[in-house]
Design a protein around this ligand. Sequence first.
Ligand SMILES: Nc1ncnc2c1ncn2[C@@H]1O[C@H](COP(=O)(O)OP(=O)(O)OP(=O)(O)O)[C@@H](O)[C@H]1O
Length: 871
Amino acid sequence: MKSAKSKQRLNEMRTPARSKQNLYTGDRDPVHVYCRLRPMQKDTDIACMKIISPTTVLLTPPSSSINYRNENVKTMEYTFKEVFPPETSQQEVFDKVALPIVEGLIKGKNGLLFTYGVTGSGKTFTMTGEPQNCGILPRALNIIFKTINDFQAHKYVFKPDKMNMFDIQTEAEAMLERQQELHKLKSNRKNNSNPDLAMSSTDITKVEGINEDNQYAVFVTYVEIYNNSVFDLLEDGPISKNLPVKLIREDAAHNMYVHGVTEIEIKSAEEAFEAFYLGLKRKRMAHTTLNAESSRSHSVFTIRLVQAPVDEIGEAVIQNKKFLSISQLSLVDLAGSERTNRTKNTGQRLREAGNINKSLMTLRTCLEILRENQTGDMKSMVPYRESKITHLFKNFFEGEGQVRMIVCANPRAEDYDETLQVMRFAEMASEVEVTKPQIHNVAASIGLMSGRRKANRLFTTARDNIIRPEAKDLELDLGLVYSLGPDFPSLELNSSQASHIIKELMAHLEMRLSRREALKRSKALKDERLRSALLEMEKDSLEVRSENASLRGQLAAAERRVRALEERLTATENASLTHQRKLAELTEYSSSLKRELQEKELLLNQNKLEKEKQKKILERKYNHKIAAEHEKAKEIHTEKERLKNAIEEKENRLRIIAEALHLDRGDNDIVIPKSMGDVAAQTGRDFTPGSTPRALPAHLLTPFSSVPQTRDTPASSRRGVAVANPRHKRSLSADGRGWVEHAPNKLVPMGTVMKPNISHSKVVNKLKSVKDIANSKTSKYCLISQEQDTDGELETKLYKGDIVPTCGGGAQVIFNDVEMLKQFSPNRDSQTRISGTGTSCARHSGKRRDTGCSPPQTPSNTSKKQRVDDD
Ligand SMILES: Nc1ncnc2c1ncn2[C@@H]1O[C@H](COP(=O)(O)OP(=O)(O)OP(=O)(O)O)[C@@H](O)[C@H]1O
């Protein structure tokens, strides 16, 4: 209901402005509204505002504006308390607008100052300013501390009671808290100040009229109102997505306040800047966390000045809460007012804009109703509670206080529509009245004389001077006792002694007169001396004061330097920490790489050792084999020699027999064979030395030997060559145990001695799993393959190698020998044709290459075996 009513109010044309001449009653003050124009950003920008007098601006609608098209609004004049042109300095704005409310604050009056305007119109610039060109807030803090500096209470004498009031502590209690804080600070020191905003102390003036018989303390709070929720910007602790929302409550005196807000006691302008920058930092961090924009929130920086009278001797604050005076100055930087359809906001931004406009509208509605209530007889309820900002400042409008508003405006034509709304609001606000704050002199009401503190200070100084050792040499003038003499004689006149008494009285009076004169002279002299002493003291005091001021300046500069150095130190420490972290990471990375390298080197060395071991084993093996081969060759040679001798002997015998036969028959045509080979060839029989030549069984004949032969051909004279005589076994292809004989294809039976011959082997056709070769029983591997050579002959190859287990649980085979078995058709080549069947054997191994024949070898030389060992 209320919001509908508010909207209706806004849509209505505003109520006619009252005549300002007889508007304000004596106990009320209007809201002072100032207008500040910011400079144009670009030279090409067109202005829609013009200052026509120090208090009036002229607003001309540009043809592009909505108001121009829709309402046909004409050029309008708007009047303010004062209009500040773009070139106005920050100091000027402060002096005119803020200084009076700062003075009011020091005298115990509440003040509210807010900046209002379109986004980018200079609200923050006016309120906070920039480094080296600070705005109202830093200037106000500087001037407050400059003024109260000599009259500040010790820290923690005044203590917030969390219910918007303050407790008073004794000096001893306050000192205890200070010591505890000092202890805490030492271990947890933070620095949030921005020295750029600190002004030179010589630029700051004091506020006149401070009550010197009071002690003062300054407390600040900094809150932000975002999306109609209040957040504490000075709260300790980390920033998270769920920032605690603060509630607005009413205290015992019906003042509104933010419940549970962090209120910091500040002792200098620098400390106040630190608090302010801490708040700004948190605000920025919170906005980053919440993905919000800083200009979309209202920020409220509140300075509360607590003052209480000192006791009759001017020494300490009177311990009575009733005598406390609390004044408050709230500096509010409102969020920028804007129309959502111009900014094309969506989502969160639209919600923010909605909330901003709602709170600004509520402010406007409240002021309108307030104005109507103040003029008319009807009293409507003011909807302060509809927005946090109006709820918080309800007391300013309902209670006492000074309210100032600076309307910031960007004169460019593009902002016309929004600026028009701002101007209307400002004009309406300036017609609202606020009750003037009253100042109560508490001390006077309880009968305390003014100047107590000064007197106490003088007394303390004098006392200190007397106590000082130098005071021993001071000449104290104890001269005349300031008395006019003894008491009067008895004035009782009786007849007998009347004349005597009168005489005595006269003498007494004369004595008193002369004494009076002497005293007068002495007093005049002393007055003179005192005056000159006072003059001297004044001179000394002036010198001391100027020296003190220059020392203070030096101290402030030194403090600033220390702070800047501390900041640099913190930055350097942070950088060093980052570098240390990076170094640690790199060291760790490097050591992990080294570890990896060492592991690989170890593995490599192991492999190398393993290989060398294998190599040595193989070398030993081959050396043995070679030695055996040599031995065999020697044996063969001896056997050959023996056979040769035997043949020769037999030939001789045969020749003798032949000769004998020839002699017996007289046959001259008989041919005597030259050798036993020829004899064998003629008889077609095979024989072994020392044995009678005999025919091979039919199953041992090769396909070649089964070629039909006739007795007419020389070949036919042989009755098939015994190519696979079990007695003519070739040497083993391999011996020893642990062989895996892998024949992937079914072997073609050769029917000759040239078939692969491996004893004690496990024959597999297919390697199904690694266990076939990687097990404790097998250590040698032989792959057998058969294929046709280019001449169509069958060729059998045996690839031999050692099985070496791998660390992964598998096995690898290192091939180190190849044996090739090959046989030739006896018909193919006359060179290679050797009675019946020709076979050959070749072996390639990884070590040596040597050529030679190896047994078995028949006397008829029916087979030929060739062994080739390769390196
Ligand atoms: N009077 C001025 N003189 C010089 N520069 C100004 C003045 N007013 C504003 N500016 C500049 O205009 C820019 C915008 O100003 P500012 O941030 O104060 O706007 P704002 O109204 O606070 O905006 P928002 O609502 O977005 O917070 C700033 O860079 C500021 O320096």
